[in-house]
Design a protein around this ligand. Structure first.
Ligand SMILES: NC(=O)c1ccc[n+]([C@@H]2O[C@H](COP(=O)([O-])OP(=O)(O)OC[C@H]3O[C@@H](n4cnc5c(N)ncnc54)[C@H](O)[C@@H]3O)[C@@H](O)[C@H]2O)c1
Ligand SMILES: [Zn+2]
Length: 373
């Protein structure tokens, strides 16, 4: 039987890189591919209950071609599982299984699984190897690349964590077939983000393929996922631990998005939906500051709309409250507002000390689309 083709990217880091394998229908290649890369005594698949039901058997069967001993640990789906309680449960279960430092954790699932299982791998026995098998579009284009893993404390997202690079990442676009439409679209917001911050040609490619993206066509998915991973990997390679400020460009639209998510109790919008709204706010703010023109705001907004993502802020939001939330964002320095703002398609800059009244004015403008000239 011929195997579906695999596109391999490599993430280069000072301490050694790792491959990202991308293809359609390639879940079954996981075990044999890992076998060419490393040896291990056992593999522990960690997944939420929903994803375990869909894909764990296939992944485990493949892993058995690599290691004799394959286990499965399951936790309840949802952001609430990124908790100390679930991490403790998983540590204990790893201990009960007799997991040693030659074992490998396989994080099979969305960003919640990647972050939780990754954090457990980073900390158990002072760190065991991790393989990421992302199954949401968000995880495939964003959270599985870059090495950030972690859990939440009540009221503080991602506050406990580590940088823990995987041994490999395997991305199978076929798993996206079962992903709910809103989750799928939310992932596309991050794809648009990469185009705006780093690659105008990629932005144009997404514009030209909105229909194919709506149909989740494998070849287009492979292209956008590969390019997104490549762009994120390049940024991460230059600023692995977020020290130089370079990695901040990835936060385009996110200062607004985080405030919206928080104001919406993390239930009103999915992260990607908030990012879509946030990118529109950031574009309008940049226009107010004379950094981009109306055409930029229109082009970005139209693409988001074509992808069925929200761009217009609903009326009745408390803008003053949003502003306060932005002042308290982890990424604000000493309460000074900083934004990643576009200069042109494919280029953004970190802008410090943006006046509050400009932010409020941008929020007001964002209630309309197309924006007034
Ligand atoms: N580490 C990073 O760099 C980074 C970056 C961005 C986001 N994140 C984190 O990612 C998390 C969000 O990730 P997410 O959006 O993937 O959410 P998620 O992991 O909760 O997945 C969303 C839902 O989709 C289900 N699901 C997953 N794959 C499926 C599939 N193929 N078919 C059907 N259902 C499927 C899951 O069971 C879950 O219910 C947040 O906690 C965020 O903080 C981390
Ligand atoms: Zn994001």
């Amino acid at each position: 039987m011929t195997q579906p083709p695999v596109h391999t990217l490599s993430v280069d880091l000072p301490q050694g890189g790792y491959p990202i394998w991308i293809g359609t229908g390639i879940l079954g290649q996981l075990g044999p591919r890992l076998g060419e890369l490393a040896s291990a005594t056992s593999a522990v698949v960690i997944a939420d209950a929903q994803v375990a039901e869909l894909f764990a058997s296939q992944v485990e069967e493949s892993l058995r071609q690599w290691v004799p001993c394959v286990h499965r640990l399951v936790f309840p789906p949802g952001e609430e599982s990124k908790s100390v309680r679930q991490a403790e449960r998983l540590w204990q279960q790893l201990l009960d299984l007799g997991t040693d430092r030659r074992a490998v954790v396989v994080a099979l699932g969305g960003g919640v699984t990647g972050d939780l299982a990754g954090f457990v791998a980073a900390t158990f026995a002072r760190g065991i190897r991790l393989v990421q098998v992302p199954t949401t579009l968000l995880a495939q284009v964003d959270s599985s690349v870059g090495g950030k893993v972690g859990i939440n404390l009540p009221g503080a997202k991602n506050i406990v964590g580590a940088f823990w690079q995987p041994l490999a990442v395997l991305i199978d676009t076929a798993v996206l077939d079962s992903l709910p439409a809103n989750q799928y679209r939310a992932g596309l917001a991050e794809v648009v983000k990469y185009g705006v911050i780093l690659d105008a040609d990629f932005f144009a490619y997404v514009e030209q393929n909105t229909q194919a993206l709506g149909q989740r066509r494998p070849e287009v998915l492979q292209t956008i996922i590969a390019r997104s991973c490549q762009l994120k990997a390049q940024v991460v390679a230059q600023d692995e631990r977020e020290t130089s400020g370079l990695r901040a460009v990835l936060n385009y639209g996110h200062t607004f998005a985080h405030a919206l998510e928080s104001a919406g109790q993390y239930s009103r919008w999915l992260h990607g939906e908030a990012v879509s709204l946030g990118m529109n706010c950031a574009a309008l703010l940049a226009r107010r500051l004379g950094r981009v023109d109306q055409a930029f705001c229109l082009r970005q907004g139209r693409l988001l709309e074509e992808l069925e993502l929200p761009v217009r802020l609903p009326p009745g939001l408390d803008h003053q409250r949003l502003l306060e939330l932005m002042h308290h964002d982890k990424k604000a320095q000493a309460g000074r507002l900083r934004f990643v703002l576009p200069r042109r398609l494919g280029q953004v800059e970190l802008v410090e000390g943006v006046p509050s009244q400009e932010v409020l004015a941008a929020l007001a403008e964002a209630e309309q689309f197309p924006p007034q000239a």
